[in-house]
Design a binder for this molecule. Sequence first.
Ligand code: ADP
Ligand code: MG
Length: 261
Amino acid sequence: MSDTRIVAIANQKGGVGKTTTAINLGAALASQGYRTILVDLDPQGNASTGLGIEVDRRERTVYDLLAGDETLEDCAMETEIANLRVVPATSDLASADVQLAQFEGRSILLKRKLVEAEPETIILIDCPPALGLLTLNAIIAADSVLVPLQTEFYALEGLSQLLATVQQVRKNANPDLRVNGILLTMSDYRNNLSQHVEADVREQLGELVYQTVIPRNVRVSEAPSFGQPVLVYDPSSKGSMSYLKFAEEFAARTKLAREVA
Ligand code: ADP
Ligand code: MG
C-alpha cells in the first residue's frame, strides 16, 4: 500500500484519551519513520498545545483549512519531532458548527482538502467530544475510525451511537469507511475493575479491540504541559512504551507504507 491513510480518532465522550492518543500515536509513528500529520479538529486546541505549538504561533489553522482556500500543506506546521506536523486549532473553531453549517457541502469541507495530501502520509484527526459537524467532517474524510475507550465502568456507553453514525456515513457519504479499532486507555492493573472492563469489552467487540492497552501513567498526563509527547518527555515511562507498542500494532493493522527509512 502506498496511498495516504486518514484515521479519525473519535468518541463523543470527553476525557477518554482521544487527544493523548492522537499526540502519542502521531509521535510514535513519526519516530518509526512514517510521515505523519495530526489535524487538530477540537476548538480546545489541546493537541496543538501538547505538541508545543503556542497559541500565538497558530497562524493558519484548521478553520482556514475548512473554510478558506488554504491547502493542507499551507496549514501543516512543523513540530519538534521529525516527520510529525500538526494543523493547529484555535478557539475560533468553537463557532464553526454554526458558521460552517451555512456552507455548501458543509460536511465534505475537510475531505475536499485532505484528498490533496501527498501520498504516503498518515493523517490523524483529533475529533472534538461531540458528534457534530466537525466530527462528521472527520469521518467523511477518513478511511477509518479509531475509538479510544477509557477503561472504566461506563466504557461502552455511547459506543453504539458512534458506531451507528459510522454506519450511516458508510451508507451515504463514505462507503469505504471502516472501524479501525478500539483502543483501551487509562487502564489500571492494580484495579480489578479495569480487568473486568477489559474482559467485557473484548468479549463484546472481539478482534476490533487492540491487544495493546494503554495504562494510566502520570508521565502521560504531565507531558502536555511541557508541550511534548510522552515519548519525548519520558521515553522510558510505561506510557511511552505502550504508545510505541500500540503504534506498531496500528501500523500493521492499518497496512501503512513507510515513506522514510
Ligand atoms: P479526550 O481528548 O478524549 O477528551 P484526553 O486525551 O484529553 O481525552 O485525556 C483526558 C485527560 O486524561 C487528560 O488530562 C490526559 O492528560 C489524561 N490522560 C489521558 N491518557 C492518560 C493516561 N494513559 N494516563 C494518565 N492520564 C491520561
Ligand atoms: Mg481531546
